[in-house]
Design a protein around this ligand. Structure first.
Ligand SMILES: C[S@@+](CC[C@H](N)C(=O)[O-])C[C@H]1O[C@@H](n2cnc3c(N)ncnc32)[C@H](O)[C@@H]1O
Length: 256
């Protein structure tokens, strides 16, 4: 058995055979109408839920810290209904080009004026723009096991040390995201990983180390149809008709 199969079959126990099989199947994507029918964009319905979980309101100042290729940025931008602003940040120049292209082809000209694409290291963003945003989406770089399985179903290259390293990178990014938020602001942390280290593990560390500044959002009615985890919610393809995997946690910055 490969390290991948051994690690996850131990973690997920009797659920693993179904989850493994579902991860290996073609992802289910929705062809979504954006901006009142201006354009269509194809993405996983679980990704739409992650972006909607930020509950962006017209007039908000929004940051999408790791934005390319941009499916979730489109959902955030639509929710602004023409008022407010979105910074779509992406470190990789190649992926930033793709992000700009997605915005140019899928966003009506009037709404394009609300978006600024930036190329900063997300780890430093919070220091550059402290307490500047009402809402921040951190859709973090992650193990993305489903994509790994598309490349090689047996995943011989998978190593536990990689998911541990990614969890450290994610923690650094989430600390930056928290700094960028105003008091009372909302953060959605999402990944497409099935590794609890990269999901609840990151949030538990945040709550332990930054519990004076942030808390889990107690109002989770809009997410109540999803599978609950210790700190957040997940949409995994074995129990969500092929959608996902997506992990979603929502945090609020405390007010003094
Ligand atoms: C999961 S993908 C984001 C997907 C995107 N939210 C969407 O819906 O299309 C994570 C992105 O983070 C970018 N990234 C990785 N490290 C970063 C960093 N330190 N700062 C900003 N972006 C980073 C990666 O290049 C990748 O495009």
């Amino acid at each position: 058995m490969t390290a991948f199969l051994e690690y996850f079959s131990e973690l997920y126990g009797p659920r693993w055979p179904d989850l493994h099989a579902a991860l290996g199947r073609e992802p289910v994507r929705v062809d979504r109408e954006c901006f009142g029918g201006f354009a269509r964009y194809t993405l996983d319905s679980a990704s739409v839920r992650a972006a909607q979980a930020l509950r962006v309101r017209p007039g908000d100042r929004v940051l999408d810290l790791c934005a390319a290729p941009g499916g979730k940025a489109l959902v955030l931008l639509e929710s602004l209904e023409g008022k407010g602003g979105l910074i779509a940040n992406e470190l990789s120049s190649d992926r930033r080009r793709r992000l700009k292209d997605v915005i140019a082809t899928h966003v009506p000209p009037g709404d394009q004026a609300l978006v600024e694409v930036t190329g900063f290291d997300g780890n430093l963003f919070g220091l550059k723009q402290k307490s500047a945003f009402d809402r921040v989406l951190l859709d973090a770089p992650c193990s993305s096991e489903r994509h790994m399985m598309e490349d090689d179903p047996s995943v011989p290259e998978w190593k536990e040390s990689r998911t541990r390293q990614l969890a450290m990178r994610q923690y650094s990014l989430i600390c930056s995201a928290i700094l960028a938020l105003k008091e009372g602001g909302t953060l959605v942390y999402s990944t497409c990983s099935i590794s609890p280290l990269e999901n609840d593990g990151v949030i538990e560390r945040v709550l332990k180390k930054k519990g004076d500044r942030v808390e889990l959002d107690p109002d989770t009615d809009d997410l109540s149809d999803l599978e609950h985890t210790r700190c957040g919610f997940q949409i995994f393809p074995d129990r969500a008709k092929g959608a996902g995997p997506i992990y979603i946690a929502r945090l609020k910055v405390k007010t003094c």
